[in-house]
Every structure is written in C-alpha cells, then in structure tokens.
Design a protein around this ligand. Structure first.
Ligand code: SF4
Length: 220
C-alpha cells in the first residue's frame, strides 16, 4: 500500500460551496441549482490524497459531469478516458461507476481543476482562472510528496505555471512535452475531452503515453 493510501489526509482550504469570487460563475451556479436541482452545483473538490506524488490538473467541471456528480471528471466522456487510463496504469483501483460514491479510488495521484465551478460553454474567463488560482496554489502547497503534475490542456498548464511562479515562456504548452521546473516535473497533454478525441487531436494511445510519462516523472 502506498503512503498516499495509508495516510488519507484530507484537503483543507477547499472553496466554500457558495464561493462568490467569480460573479458570472456564481450566477451560473444559481441558475443550475434551479434547472438541475439534483446536481452537485458547487465548486468541485479535489479527488485523491494530498499525500500523492502525482497531481493531474484539468480545466473545469463539465455541466453534466463533475458539476452533476461532485467529483472531478466523473460522469462524462473525459472521465471514462481518464479513469480507464489511470486504472490500466496502476494509478487507480475499483470499478469506475461515473458516480462520486462508486468506491473508485486513486493510487498515489490526485485530480483537481484549474477552475472549480462549471463555466458556461466550458469556457472560463481569464479573470475566473486567475481567481480560482488561489485554490490551485493552496492545493499545490499542501502536497508534501508532490513530484510531478500532468496538465490537461493549455489553460491548466499555464495556470499551474503561474501558481508556481514560473515563467510560461520557458515552459510553453505542447502535447507530450516534459518540463523540469526544479522541484517538480510538468508533463503536458491535450485535454482528454470528447471533442479532442472525436477530432483526432488526442488518441487514447497519445493520452496513455502522457500519463505514463507523468507517472514515471513522479517516481511511481
Ligand atoms: S471558480 Fe473558483 S474562485 Fe471562482 S467562484 Fe468558483 S470556486 Fe470560487
């Protein structure tokens, strides 16, 4: 059993359920609470243990995925690809059931999003990405064993770099690129969205390679 499984510390400084920092997203959240009363409809907390050596950072919750279930990447296509890949590479166990209570568990990795609230049309504004970086930075700071970060898409990649205080120019996003930033290694991948796989931008094989590179960089 890994340290991350043996000592399941919980995260602190998660955004409050009614986080007011992004007025547009707070408004959208309120509308969704009316439209989809049985959805989670709140900032989606990180999944996995802060003791993990690998962190995966996505963009934002999907309206009918994580915003519905309350767990990152859970309930939509991106989660099927992500969680299937993690399990195949020994980074997860259990049966992924597209629900937060499915018992599926991560092994030595954790998952969060650059933006915790679902944005209209999956497109957060730069000001919203900047606001939520306070929480991203807080998560990074409470991971004592963190060795590598897999960034899914340019927005997540750039936000992680900014949160770490690292110039973006020196570590520009490119699928499959590995960046040594000193204490941490960043591995970049196109986001595992249905759009990217449907258009051939990202294949399951390309994604598996990026996850394997991040796993190796984390020393797992
Ligand atoms: S996106 Fe982040 S900062 Fe903005 S309202 Fe949601 S939790 Fe707060």
């Amino acid at each position: 059993m890994s340290a991350a499984e043996a000592s399941p510390r919980t995260w602190h400084d998660e955004p409050p359920r009614d986080c007011p920092r992004c007025p547009r997203l707070a408004q959208f959240r309120a509308e969704n609470r009316t439209r989809f009363g049985d959805y989670f409809n709140a900032p989606v907390p990180s999944f996995g243990s802060p003791e993990a050596r690998l962190l995966i950072v996505g963009l934002a919750p999907g309206l009918h995925g994580a915003n519905k279930t309350g767990r990152p990447f859970t309930g939509d296509y991106a989660g099927e690809l992500l969680y299937g890949t993690l399990k195949a590479q020994g980074l997860a166990r259990g049966e992924y059931g597209a629900r937060a209570d499915d018992g599926f568990a991560l092994i030595d990795c954790a998952i969060t999003n650059a933006v915790r609230c679902v944005p209209p049309e999956n497109k957060p504004l730069p000001a919203e990405i900047a606001q939520c970086r306070a929480f991203l930075g807080g998560q990074l700071a409470q991971m004592p064993n963190l060795k590598a970060i897999l960034t899914l898409g340019r927005v997540a990649h750039d936000s992680v770099l900014t949160a770490l205080g690292i110039a973006k120019k020196a570590h520009a996003f490119a699928h499959g690129a590995t960046h040594d930033t000193g204490r941490l290694t960043l591995v970049a991948s196109y986001h595992c969205s249905r759009y990217n796989t449907n258009t051939g931008v990202l294949t399951a094989e390309m994604f598996a390679k990026a996850v394997a590179a991040a796993k190796k960089a984390a020393g797992i």
